[in-house]
Design a protein around this ligand. Structure first.
Ligand SMILES: [Fe+2]
Ligand SMILES: [Fe+2]
Length: 284
């Protein structure tokens, strides 16, 4: 027998320890919403009231709801209205985003912009494809790099090593993570999604946005987020941790049935959105 199984056992055990030690608890408000929703007597107004109690949070959620993300023709003026128009899962995603990214701005500048850029691009691609779930796909884009937030917040020493490796060896961020940690932000994202009970439809793009060909549950969402991630990198909007633009997976194009001619209209729609989303970058 070779030593490989031993090594992989050890790596696995190390990952387990990090996983248990480093995952943050689910933001209080998100846990409360989840509990509320399990109760069949909960109404939209109840959830709206809960979110509205936190004025800073609800102002942020409303700003996102009224931003170029969704292109609403009339203003959404209350959380209850946002819940009715955008749907519960989308609002929950916005709440989660606002509470999580609040913590990060100083530790990883640029990631918030990268995430909103990826969300906008995901929404544009989904709408271009005529998908009715464009808003939900957008939330998947918003959350795709959540593993990096955990890394920045809860593993700051490892994060510095990863950054150093990115610079010194000219690596993609996820390659440097794999070298330093034996896992990457995509895997952390998956752990977090399990730990926080996020739906698998959001967990899969978090886990597989760098390997969209492996997606089975929501291959389209994962493929959209993969392409969106690369487009915003290419446009230099925000910073995902390294300056490089990876190749797009041909599988992602196939999954979506996209052709070269689709590319220009997608970029044309995205450009003004990115410009008007710049005011959201001051949110955190
Ligand atoms: Fe990523
Ligand atoms: Fe990314």
């Amino acid at each position: 027998m070779t030593a490989d199984p031993d090594i992989s056992d050890r790596i696995q055990a190390r990952k387990e320890v990090r996983r248990i030690k480093n995952l943050p608890t689910v933001p209080g408000i998100v846990a409360k919403i989840s509990r509320m929703v399990e109760n069949p007597d909960t109404s939209v107004a109840d959830v709206g009231r809960l979110i509205s109690q936190d004025q800073v949070l609800s102002a942020k959620v409303l700003r996102m709801a009224n931003s170029a993300f969704f292109g609403m023709s009339r203003k959404i003026s209350s959380i209850s209205q946002a819940l009715i128009i955008l749907g519960f899962e989308v609002v929950k995603g916005l709440v989660l985003t606002s509470s999580v990214f609040d913590m990060i701005q100083k530790s990883m500048a640029g990631l918030w912009e990268h995430s909103i850029g990826c969300a906008a691009a995901s929404g544009v691609i989904a709408s271009h494809l005529g998908r009715e779930d464009a808003e939900e796909v957008l939330v998947a884009g918003l959350l795709h790099d959540l593993g990096k937030v955990v890394l920045a917040l809860n593993m700051p020493d490892e994060m510095s090593l990863v950054r150093k490796k990115v610079e010194e060896e000219d690596l993609y961020f996820y390659e440097a993570e794999a070298k330093v940690l034996d896992f990457d932000h995509a895997e952390i994202g998956q752990w977090l999604a399990e730990h926080w009970n996020l739906p698998e439809s959001l967990a899969e793009p978090m886990r597989l946005h760098h390997k969209p060909e492996k997606a089975v549950l929501k291959p389209e969402w994962t493929a959209i987020v993969h392409i969106a991630d690369i487009i915003v990198r290419a446009k230099g909007f925000g910073n995902g941790g390294d300056d490089m633009v990876p190749d797009m997976s041909p599988a992602a194009w196939e999954i979506l049935g996209l052709r070269k001619v689709d590319f220009l209209p997608i970029l044309e729609q995205l450009e003004p959105k990115l410009n008007s989303l710049k005011d959201l970058t001051a949110l955190n």
